[in-house]
Design a protein around this ligand. Sequence first.
Ligand code: BGC
Length: 909
Amino acid sequence: MRVVSLGIVGLLFCALGQVSAESPVLKPVNLRCQGFVDPLGIDAKKPALSWIVASEDPSVRGQMQSAYQVMVADEGSNEILWDSGKVEGSNSIHIPYNGKPLRSHRRYVWKVRVWNREDQVSEWSGPQSWSTGFLEEGWPPEWIGGTGRTQRLRKEFALPKPVKRAWVYASALGLYELRLNGRKVGDDWYAPGWTDYRTRVQYQCHDVTGLLQKGRNAIGAELAPGWYMGRIAWFAKDMYGKEVAFAARLHVEFEDGTQQVVGTDKTWQAGTSPVTDSDMQDGDRYDARLEQPGWDAPNFNDAAWKPVSIVKLKKEPVLVAQAEPSIGVLAEVAPVKVGEPKPGLFVYDLGENITGVVRIKAKGAAGTTLTLQHAERLNADGTLDLTNLKLAKATDVHILKGQGEEVFQPKFTFHGFRYFSVQGPAKAPALADVTGLVTGNRVEQAGTLNTYEDDLNRVLENIHRTLRNSFLSVPMDSSQRSERLGWTGDANVMAATSAYMFDAWRFFAKWQTDILDAQSLNDGGKDEGYMPNVAPKWKSPGKGHAGSGGGWGDVGVNLPYVLWLRYGDTKIIEESYVRMQKWLVFLESKLEEGIVPNSAQIARAGDWENVDDDTFKDVVATAYYALDLMQMAEMAEAIGKTTDAAHYREQYQKVRAAFIGKWVSGNGLVAKGSQTAQVFALYIGLYPDGKKEAVLEKLVENIEAHGNHLTTGYLGTQWLLHVLADNGRLDVAYAILQQTTQPSWIFMTSMEQTTLWESWDTLGSDGNFLNEKRTSLGHSALGSAGDWMFQAIGGLVPDSKHPGFHHFYICPRPGGTLKQAEMGYPSPYGKIATRWIIKGNKMVLEVEVPVNATATIMLPAMQADRITEGGKPAAASPGVAFLESKEGTTRYKVGSGTYSFMLPFGARK
Ligand code: BGC
């Protein structure tokens, strides 16, 4: 066998020794460019290429890619632009394109082959592709528009020859729906998505070859205010501008190789839209009597339309290719029941809280008005409770044209709701005629976890649903009321959970850009370095959202850390590095005796939504600063900046000393001893050497004094279970997780609730609002238990030495009443799965490790000689290397394959 250099993971693996001599041939599958399959309109000059290594026989253990070769060619000319040659190593994710410069508007095809440990090469993968958007020249668009908040634009044009291929690029200040020859282009919703439109606007790219024809063609766009001009939060409308505008470029390539470009310019015509009013919070108003059939097709009589005007902006934002997964309809939900609490008011229950809209079919006389209103909750009399919507009207109005069955589907608005009412028709529309459409980013599902406990499974389901409902161009705090902001604290605490439940890499990477844009625009563009409380920002009318806050602004460092750790993305570190440094320098400049002071600018929200157990804001902000420094040190190292890493470690030690000096008492009490303060000290290492036990004890005392309840807010909750379990109090972690009375997750999912609440006490046990101020029933930020559940119950723990799950830990920690669990996670290297069950005094753990990854299995038992794998003593099992038995845990190292461990399982704390 020829030994090739396998990189660090391979070397670790080689230490395993006893693997089969025969390695099956491998196969690269699931090729992705920038995280997407065959994406269009990519503007990265060195897009990231990834694949998963499959094997013709996955049952053979310890399979590893020893080398790869990537080839990229220009599809048009067949020119090979990049042949990586044989590159040794097991890297198969985020491989940057490294060939000749790419050109705009080209399609590139690529393929990869890989070598196994015995240097046998695979077949080439099937070719995959990406197309480029605007790479060099940017896109100085001609923004065009007519009059009014909603409008339609159109143009007819001739194509003299048969079309070989056509791509259209389009964007808007506002929202747009693009039409070509009578058909909707693609199936995107809410394009171009939300960014800080003063800085950056995304464009979408679609392949429209099949929609064009030789001869006359028509292109049209329907515009609405969206985030650009609609109400943002509880502020006024027109936060980014006062005129909606549209820009597009259609690139057509004819069969004879010649080209034609149709772009927005003053030859377009503007008309009115049947969407007579629209606001993302308030709803759409659609008057079908104003439809103009054929407006988006050739040979339409547009005599009544007016020439568009060119919209000039004071400062042109940059146009960038859409970086997030597209937004669309994720699911259709049929209502489960309908009631009529008042004559003519029909109230439907979807059975689950969603973000989206209702599609309704109706028949009736012209002018009949259907009014749909949406809410999360019902009043006792069965009518909608609208109190928690604040200013959001959440009302869609449809006016019938009176021509048979009409189907309405609002497209420029969304609501957060489970219930909706219909008014207008004499009879309740049939259940089959009303459908809830869930809208959001098409973020793929990732991990699944079954705890075999109904209440915990419900908790997981509700966390998942709440997150799904929050991913709409930005991670929103909630989707029902007049807020719907990308609050940085909320997404910060949920990032780790999100990354288990969803393939959230691209979604969050786009939002990191929003965060950095907001940082650079803070305080009217002073760019002092502080990270924002919400992103994107807008023309802030007050100071309300200028400042950061411990745990909020820190997201600018914490989010790249999660994306690197979970998805192996080092580029996000490089891209954010200078801005992250700026934030840390900013914090340093504010330190008072080593402490981040409690100022409105930098320590604003604190441990939001704690249960009468507040933590000083400077404790929170200083602890987060220390965490940022620790994470920054690791990230600096990951991109080869070792001097910086040393500096950040040193700085961390200084902050730690100041924190301890000011707040940690000899008896282990941290500040006032809130649960969150104790948790922060334990998680971030902010206690004197030898004092861990004392700090832990104070935490446990607090929990016990609250009858095994947590009192932590958004920030403390994310690490509460971790620090208990990691420091020997798994029993207390499970007591909190399985707590059924308020405050607890299980309580929050009782009373048929399908999403998480804003506050631990949003509803009381009678189902009425208990906390009148915090009334959102669809708020994700308290759902961070998901992260711990995947780690402790699912047993999957990432390793920052080998990000992206190239190496990971399998460390299930049974406890509470749990007797079995099952987890699956499609990691960047392939599927990881665990399944464990406790039978009597034995535990069986089955593990699946993907090809090209390695794992350290950590079993909760000390008697290594009584642990078996596949029926044999584990240490002697092929492909399993015994590492050590220590502190109640026995560790083994394994490579790819499936394993079945059996171990003695006794009563453990
Ligand atoms: C939002 C929260 C947010 C908080 C911070 C609330 O109104 O809904 O989720 O984190 O404000 O101030």
